[in-house]
Design a protein around this ligand. Structure first.
Ligand SMILES: [Ca+2]
Length: 644
């Protein structure tokens, strides 16, 4: 309330200063504010580096706002008389001042804009209603829309002639859809408004409108009626913690109602309102001299308050649609910062107080979700710390905070949880694994008996491939002199016929043994093309037999791009084989699958009928769209790398 008083003082002081000087003062004043704004954000405490409560400036929210008046004089022109204010009670008409109200003449009109223009005491401008016949029923209304919710401290009306005997102030919180009483004035509350005079306001009825007669009894108030929204309401002292009063002072629209029948009157009796003529005989546009005083005239309607932002904004401004809106801070959103902005639902929205800013907090979703919601139960369980639940976790994550990998994926220990590749696919072998879901932490797939490897893609030590999809690895018979167990190898790969997904991945202890593998070449260029003895397209058939250090596959020459001596021998006919060193095959360098065609860039070996894959050989699974490029290489090779 202290700030209200200060603001009123500022308004009064500014009114007393001539306009030229006032503009100077205003500029200096604004500059001061600008500097202050540049220094500190009112919504943030730089010392503690924490958000803090902030509110927009206290203003006259009615200033310059258009008002709708249900009655305005001047059409047709009429003579209006009033008693100058230094004579408190009208005694003789000889002292009266009379003017003509004419809506068509700018110097003689009294439009509703005069209610909210600059209230300059040296140039008072008044809105006047039409002259009101004595017996006329109904009300004169003044309606003003603030455009958004404000929290109001006072509403004041400055009259140019006598104050009316009765009036009411209503407010709307929904832009004029519904109205509720804010304050009544009358010398006869019961007769006029059907309300008790000066009801006691307790904590149980703090939103009840009062009916007062102070405007008639208090001479000191002059020609002004001022309604203080919080006066006589017990929770006003603790306004910050009183949602009831916060609601009570909130309004989007204000309406002032003057009942024509009760324009005049005395506290004790109604005697002043005595019909002195037969109103029915007065024709339209014609007024009797005794009626020239019967009109309402107001020079200023002021509404003191702040743009309502619930403590989360220090100013309001117009948005791109031309609507007034709070400039919300503290991760809040809405015209009144009445909600948390999207993705900031980790704790419930709250109005900021002097002790707590109640800022909205972003949900913690490890960068895997764009949306979240608030869950009160989880919030309570966390002890009032976190209640956000992430929606639609991406990148194969799951959980309230997208903090673990979803089924079928496991945690990639090389990447932080916030990384897009934090979760890897289990990739469980369709034959070797008994399910698709691996251990979410270490990625171990559930392997069938005798199968090993993270993805269950190898036979365990002492087991060999069976060819059966049900039991892909079976115990090696003791009598068998099989290559794997006999030579003490830890495992052998299997390539079940049914599986088209088979791909060998070195696992566990295999990784160290595969350090010799170079990164697989994916591109073939002219230099590589020339550097090898032959370039062939070879179709691989079934695995024949394995002996010593070799894996052997049947092979068929499909296309010869670059011919070598050995290739010339091969082309003379007869079956050929492709040989891959076991240690390379085990490591997947190269990956070889039966019934697949490969582009092989290699060098001649001493074996006549076998293409031997060496470490520097290039083996690429064939793609038909490469054929044109290979033909081009073949043409150019005659110039760049003559055949050997
Ligand atoms: Ca005025």
């Amino acid at each position: 309330m202290k700030s209200t008083v200060k603001c009123l003082v500022i308004i009064l002081v500014s009114l007393a200063v001539p306009s030229q000087a006032r503009r100077r003062v205003n500029r200096a004043f604004l500059k001061m504010f600008e500097e202050e704004a540049a220094q500190a954000d009112p919504c943030h405490d730089d010392e503690t580096d924490k958000p803090r409560q902030c509110v927009p400036d206290f203003v006259n929210a009615a200033y310059g706002v258009p008002i709708e008046a249900s009655s305005t004089c001047g059409s047709p022109p009429a003579r209006h008389c009033y008693t100058p204010p230094n004579i408190p009670f009208r005694k003789s008409k000889s002292h009266d001042v009379c003017v003509i109200c004419d809506a068509d003449k700018p110097t003689k009109q009294h439009p509703p804009t005069y209610l909210t223009d600059l209230n300059n005491p040296n140039n008072v401008t008044c809105w006047n209603s039409e002259l009101l016949p004595l017996m006329k029923e109904g009300n004169i209304n003044l309606t003003l829309s603030l455009g958004k919710k404000y929290e109001l401290t006072y509403i004041s009306l400055q009259f140019c002639n006598q104050k009316p005997h009765s009036l009411a102030i209503y407010k709307s919180m929904d832009h004029g859809k519904t109205w509720q009483p804010f304050q009544f004035y009358s010398g006869q509350c019961r007769n006029v408004w059907d309300r008790d005079h000066r009801v006691a306001i307790g904590r149980a009825n703090e939103q009840e409108a009062l009916c007062l007669d102070t405007h008639l009894t208090q001479d000191g108030a002059g020609s002004r009626i001022a309604f203080s929204t919080l006066a006589d309401r017990p929770s006003a002292e603790d306004f910050e913690n009183s949602p009831v009063l916060q609601d009570w002072v909130t309004a989007t629209d204000i309406r002032v109602v003057f009942p024509i029948k009760h324009l005049e009157g005395k506290v004790e009796s109604n005697s002043i309102v005595q019909p002195s003529m037969d109103v029915s005989n007065v024709t339209e546009g014609e007024t009797d001299e005794s009626n020239t005083h019967r009109y309402i005239s107001v020079s200023d309607l002021a509404i003191g308050g702040r743009c309502k932002c619930n403590g989360h904004a220090s100013k309001c401004s117009f948005d791109k649609y031309g609507d007034l809106k709070c400039d919300c801070q503290h991760n809040t959103d809405g015209r009144e910062c009445e909600k948390c902005k999207p993705f900031h639902f980790d704790r419930p929205w709250g109005r900021a107080t002097t002790s707590a800013a109640s800022e909205c907090v972003a949900c913690s979703c490890n960068l895997h979700a764009r949306r979240c919601r608030f869950n009160m139960e989880l919030y309570r369980l966390s002890g009032g710390i976190s209640g956000g639940v992430c929606y639609k976790c991406r990148h194969n994550t799951a959980g309230r905070h997208c903090h673990y990998c979803k089924e079928g994926y496991y945690r990639n220990s090389n990447k932080p949880m916030t990384h897009k590749k934090a979760c890897r696919s289990c990739n469980c072998h369709p034959v070797g694994a008994s399910g698709k879901i691996c251990n979410q932490t270490n990625g171990q797939c559930p392997c069938k008996d005798g199968v090993t490897g993270l993805e269950c893609n190898r036979c365990a030590k002492g087991y060999q491939q069976s060819g059966s999809p049900i039991a892909p690895c079976i115990k090696v018979p003791r009598s068998s002199g099989s290559f794997s167990s006999a030579r003490g190898r830890s495992s052998s790969s299997y390539t079940p016929d049914r599986s088209r997904h088979y791909s060998y991945q070195p696992q566990g202890d295999g990784r160290a043994k595969c350090s010799h593998c170079k990164k697989a070449t994916r591109k073939v260029n002219m230099r590589k093309y020339c550097s090898q003895d032959y370039v062939l397209l070879v179709n691989i058939g079934r695995q024949t037999r394995s002996s010593g250090k070799w894996f052997k596959f049947r092979a068929k020459l499909e296309t010869t791009f670059r011919r070598s001596d050995q290739v010339r021998v091969i082309q003379q006919g007869g079956p050929i084989e492709l040989w891959v060193k076991k240690e390379d095959f085990d490591c997947g360098c190269p990956k070889i699958r039966p019934r697949t065609s490969y582009l092989i860039l290699g060098s001649d070996s001493s074996k006549r009928r076998a293409l031997v894959v060496q470490r520097k050989s290039v083996v690429l699974e064939w793609k038909e769209e490469w054929r044109r490029r290979m033909k081009r290489f073949q043409r150019r090779s005659r110039k760049y790398c003559p055949e050997v």
